[in-house]
Design a binder for this molecule. Sequence first.
Ligand code: C2E
Ligand code: MG
Ligand code: MG
Ligand code: MG
Length: 297
Amino acid sequence: TAMYRSKANGRHSTSVYDGRVSDWNRRRHRLRQDMLYALENGQFLLHYQPQVSLRDNSVVGAEALVRWQHPEFGLLSPAAFLDIAEESPLIIEMGAWVFNEACRQLRQWQDEGFSLKISVNVSVRQLASHDLPEMMTQAIKRHGVSPSSIKLEVTESMLAQDFDVMSQILGTLKQKGFRIALDDFGTGYSNLAYIRLLPVTAIKIDRSFVTGLAVDNGALKLVKGIIALAKSLDLHVICEGIETTEQREALESTECDSIQGYLISRALPAETFLANFLRLTQSAANDKPSRHRPGSV
Ligand code: C2E
Ligand code: MG
Ligand code: MG
Ligand code: MG
């Protein structure tokens, strides 16, 4: 605001700025109003971003990422609406829809002979709800998928809010057999003692650590240290936001298990994910079920 204002030499620039703000507010207001209708009328959808084993390049999983096909504003990313959803109880419903849809899609792909895990993001309000394990248990039963093929992604910053409640709910979920990954690892309250206390099975090292990997030796040392620590705790390690071959190659000198990022692919509609990744990379696995199947993640 200050920057805009100081550059605004007259009423004109200021009103352009104010105009933009009120457009933005108006749109957010619309999205807030439209959200319940959108949920009830199938305007939300999931895109899938591949997760690839660093060892053999096989596709081991997909992260389900929510999108909103808005009739007026087009295809919206979470940045446009997730915080609005999180302000309201609708985030619980949206989260349940996302989880059910991810299970349904996983079942369909498994029925077609493919083997992978699906990662699903869980919001802070979901994680504060004691109904969460029950919702998830019902969903996996309904769709006939195993909890071990589902990875719940929670961010460490969430846990700063109500550590005891959330780690108890996570503990219940882990006991039921779900995998649990600490998302955006390193950006929140990176009290390293946390990860020993938490019922998690994996860490997902944030993109911000990956950015400097190929250019800066210090960055690589830091990432190696984090990975070594996670490995000493028997955690699975995935690095997100891999955009260049240099970053990928730098990770090959670490114990990182798998990677995710634009270098491999952006998040894709289910059909495209199937055609570009499952059909192409797992056809061998379909012929010989015991061999090229991805291992446990
Ligand atoms: P996240 O869970 O950390 O997901 C990774 C985000 O980074 C995704 O953005 C993904 O498209 C993007 N990304 C992946 N690879 C690269 C890369 O190489 N470079 C760059 N610059 N970005 C990359 P997206 O889909 O916009 O999602 C943003 C965030 O919204 C997610 O961050 C997650 O926190 C949240 N989110 C997405 N879907 C859901 C959902 O179904 N439920 C909840 N509660 N949150 C969700
Ligand atoms: Mg995530
Ligand atoms: Mg992340
Ligand atoms: Mg993120």
